[in-house]
Design a protein around this ligand. Structure first.
Ligand code: BTN
Length: 258
């Protein structure tokens, strides 16, 4: 990984400082540990992770030399209830950067799966610490499958996951996509800081592969079925149930029904 190549292309504050680890446990855990002594916008990047974390307590596969695993440390001045907006902003930024860098039609499956051709190419895990009802630190962890080929994908995700290389047929320089993602996140973070949430929500909606579809959502031990109608201004999914009532969902495991 050539960190200077990445830094040369960085246009804003996010990614001006990059701490690179050949091997990390989890870049999210590292970023959280470093938060007290580290400025907003610092990026923790690892070539591979030995215990990468996914959403809902799952593990995230991060082999050496192939993909992107990085975490951005933020200290946003937003209410804890608005934290989903960080994920919304990051998902939009990643989908946009994948589109611009690779030409692939990346889309977002609520809340934060990055999809290409119906398969998952990446994901985002946002973690935060709250004190006195304020966010003291937030870590946006981004994993994107870049140069893995299908045979390299672990068997349990071989049918449901994909990578840039699988979709385009050729490997790319990870540095290009990393700087692209960081610049796109920087731009959206500025929009969020200016209080222009609707801009981000509209972008999210236009990149969504979920809205307008029949879906099921697992929330703990509940399963809800309905039409994915919208997302509200806190980033919650608005699900129209068969009863006609609607339910707003903060987080869950969503499947698009065919
Ligand atoms: C998901 O389950 O879709 C979210 C995956 C997030 C993975 C990334 S890789 C970099 C960062 N560090 C982690 O431990 N997880 C996130």
């Amino acid at each position: 990984m050539n960190i200077d190549e990445i830094k040369k292309k960085i246009r804003g504050e996010i990614g001006k400082e990059i701490l690179f680890y050949r091997t990390a446990g989890s870049t999210n855990a590292l970023a959280m540990d470093l938060a007290d002594t580290t400025a907003e916008g610092v990026v923790i990047l690892a070539d591979n992770q030995t215990s990468g974390k996914g959403r809902l307590g799952r593990t995230w596969w991060s082999p050496p030399g192939q993909n992107i695993a990085m975490s951005i440390l933020l200290k946003p001045r937003i209410a804890p209830s608005e934290v989903t907006l960080l994920t919304v902003m990051s998902a939009v930024a990643c989908a946009d950067a994948i589109r611009k860098t690779t030409g692939l039609s990346a889309a977002i499956k609520w809340p934060n799966d990055l999809m290409v051709s119906g398969r998952k190419i990446g994901g985002i895990l946002t973690e935060l610490r709250v004190a006195d009802k304020r966010i003291t630190r937030a870590v946006v962890g981004i994993g994107i499958n870049v140069n893995s080929d299908r045979a390299q994908l672990p068997e349990e995700i071989r049918e449901t996951a994909t990578s840039v290389r699988i979709e385009t047929g050729s490997a790319i320089a990870r540095e290009e996509l990393i700087s692209g993602v960081l610049n796109e996140v920087d731009r959206r973070y500025e929009i969020l800081r200016c209080g222009e949430k609707p801009v981000l929500l509209e972008e999210w909606k236009s990149l969504s592969s979920t809205l307008g579809k029949k879906v099921s959502v697992v929330i703990g031990d509940r399963i809800l079925h309905g039409d994915a109608e919208s997302i509200d201004d806190e980033g919650r999914l608005v699900l129209r149930l068969a009863s006609g009532e609607s339910e707003k969902i903060h987080s869950g495991d969503l499947t698009v029904l065919r």
